[in-house]
Design a protein around this ligand. Structure first.
Ligand code: C5P
Length: 218
């Protein structure tokens, strides 16, 4: 059973999910799977192919042509897209402008969830919005991260080295996500508010929560 441990890290953009999920994966010796990358990869492919973002079945078909795998030669093992590490192309403004629209189609979400279950089959720290509710409702540990809107926009701006328009972009994406994909924490998730907390503090708090939930299994 040990190999099948799934830790779900959900929360909105800029809540500090990626930093936390990556560190937890490294600490627990589990693969790190960032599901936002999968939606971003689909949005990018739709842009490249000129696919209508309102056409759910066409997007689902497009998704079938994208390869997602856990590269086990990395530490921690991590998600690769068509054999390559995800890069800057997936945080481009045109991708961010489209991603919530692409993510709202039920057929796309169903297909994504299936792929994500496959990726997490042997255990993973999986990061997203709906991991603890939809993808792995029986995850061994669930954390829902949150932070104030200002703090989240500030983090994104720092991550992107002061790029103009990040705060507006994030606020718009939040609004779109809230309208078309309203995500709620799982009823059994532990809520961690990261406002004003440094990454080390968040990591140690989350690690305690996870270790307790796993009952010494990791
Ligand atoms: O986490 P990240 O900000 O990279 O996610 C990008 C977008 O992908 C989100 O704004 C959301 O629209 C979508 N997403 C989703 N479900 C997930 C992960 C991401 O709908 N599990």
């Amino acid at each position: 059973m040990e190999g099948r441990t799934v830790v779900a890290i959900d929360g909105p953009a800029g809540s500090g999910k990626s930093t936390l999920a990556y560190r937890l994966a490294a600490e627990l010796g589990l693969p790190y799977v960032n599901t936002g990358i999968m939606y971003r990869a689909l949005a990018r492919r739709a842009l490249q192919m000129g696919t209508d973002p309102a056409d759910g079945p066409a997007l689902q078909h497009l998704l079938e042509g994208i390869g997602f795998e856990v590269d086990r030669s990395r530490t921690p093992p991590s998600l690769v897209v068509d054999g390559a590490m995800p890069g800057e192309e997936l945080v481009a403004p045109e991708v961010e402008a489209l991603v919530s629209t692409v993510a709202r189609h039920p057929e796309v979400r169903r297909a994504m969830a299936e792929r994500q279950r496959e990726l997490g089959r042997e255990g993973a720290v999986m990061e997203g919005r709906d991991i603890g509710t939809v993808v792995f409702p029986d995850a061994a540990a669930k954390i829902f991260l949150d932070a104030s809107a200002d703090e989240r926009a500030g983090r994104r701006t720092r991550e992107r080295e002061g790029e103009a328009g990040v705060a507006e972009g994030l606020a718009e994406r939040d609004l779109r996500d809230a309208r078309v994909n309203p995500f709620v924490p799982a009823s059994d998730a532990v809520l961690v508010d990261t406002t004003g907390a440094g990454p080390d503090e968040v990591f140690l708090q989350a690690l305690r929560v996870v270790r307790e939930a796993l009952g010494g299994r990791r």
